[in-house]
Design a protein around this ligand. Structure first.
Ligand code: AP5
Length: 212
């Protein structure tokens, strides 16, 4: 299955992508994670992306298209993939279409902005492997320590309330129009956030017609 997870910052795309990848046995490709790794490693892409990411702005389309074209060539993508956080603009979607990259379904997770702002303050991510937690909703077994690799859990730089609001504004302006783009292609599935991770997973699987 070739899938896009669409949704506002903090809608739960990354959380659901990690669950769906195990269920569907296909890789997850998160441009946010790829870019954060590039920033951490100080690569030319990372140096270019950092100022945009810290300000809650979108990284230029040509950087993203290069990343995706390279990643989708890798052998683990042969049987499908889940794109998390990409495409993010109509230009990115059109570039993928022109490159012959097709999708079976686009799942848009719907959640009110106010719920996101409240939720983001509690997010913690592993500075080593990028695994995501929430201090109330999805706490790690040991406070401040990643269950997966034992790394330190930190707050993302772009999760302060002011930057979250800027990211939401960018989402509504640049990314939300993608719903119409994929609806016109007959592959959009809209799913409401269910306030629990499992509830939202079940709603996504139902929308995709996959057994839970
Ligand atoms: P990216 O990393 O993609 O960030 P984002 O889209 O803003 O999304 P987030 O990772 O913040 O949230 P999410 O939807 O994955 O939510 P999560 O599962 O963590 O991008 C970061 C930056 O990179 C962008 O701002 C941009 O600069 C750049 N970038 C990336 N891709 C780009 C592109 N294609 N083009 C241009 N620039 C690009 O969940 C959030 C929290 O809620 C967590 O704590 C989680 O535990 C909790 N939670 C999740 N689901 C539930 C639930 N159902 N109930 C309760 N709690 C929940």
């Amino acid at each position: 299955m070739k899938l896009i997870l669409l949704g506002a910052p903090g809608a739960g795309k990354g959380t659901q992508a990690e669950i769906l990848k195990k269920k569907l046995e296909i890789p997850t490709i998160s441009t946010g994670n790829i870019l954060r790794a590039a920033v951490k490693n100080g690569t030319p892409t990372g140096l270019k992306a950092k100022e945009y990411m810290d300000a809650g702005k979108l990284v230029p389309d040509e950087v993203i298209i290069g990343i995706i074209n390279d990643r989708l060539q890798e052998p683990d993508c042969a049987n499908g993939y889940i794109l998390d956080g990409v495409p993010r603009t109509i230009a990115q979607a059109e570039a993928m279409e022109q490159a012959g990259i097709s999708f079976d379904a686009v799942v848009a997770i719907e959640i009110p902005d106010e719920k996101i702002v409240a939720r983001m303050g509690g997010r913690r991510v592993c500075e080593h492997c990028g695994a995501s937690y929430h201090i109330v909703n999805i706490p790690p077994k040991t406070e401040g320590v990643c269950d997966v690799c034992g790394g330190k859990l930190v707050q993302r730089k772009d999760d302060d309330p002011e930057t979250v609001r800027d990211r939401l504004e960018v989402y509504h302006r640049e990314t939300e129009p993608l719903k119409g783009f994929y609806e016109a292609r007959g592959i959009l599935k809209t799913v409401e956030d269910q306030s629990t991770v499992d509830g939202t997973t079940q709603a996504i699987l139902r929308a995709l017609g996959v057994d839970a």
